[in-house]
Design a protein around this ligand. Structure first.
Ligand SMILES: [Zn+2]
Length: 89
């Protein structure tokens, strides 16, 4: 067998290998779709902030458990204010 034939066989094997590997990898990746933020808002429950009386969605609220009840706050600041008030009582 001449060296040229070996090279040709090598190239053919390489092409065959590329076809097998390339065939299994489909380049059909669709562009990732942006998640609609509306879904969160729809599934979310609004809770009233006991400090500033604002309505805050549960998932984004600062949560604080007190006497087995969970309270929801619009911010860390309101949560701290509430906790201070609870401590004074
Ligand atoms: Zn608040």
């Amino acid at each position: 067998m001449s060296p040229v034939r070996i090279i040709i066989i090598g190239i053919l094997l390489y092409i065959g290998y590329r076809l097998i590997v390339g065939g299994s990898k489909k380049k059909n990746d669709p562009a990732p779709k942006m998640k609609e933020p509306d879904n969160i808002a729809q599934n979310d429950t609004l809770e009233e902030d006991p400090v500033c009386k604002k309505l805050v969605p549960r998932l984004r609220a600062v949560q604080f458990e007190h006497n087995g009840k969970t309270h929801y706050f619009c911010s860390e600041k309101c949560c701290n204010t509430y906790r201070k008030n609870q401590g004074e009582e």
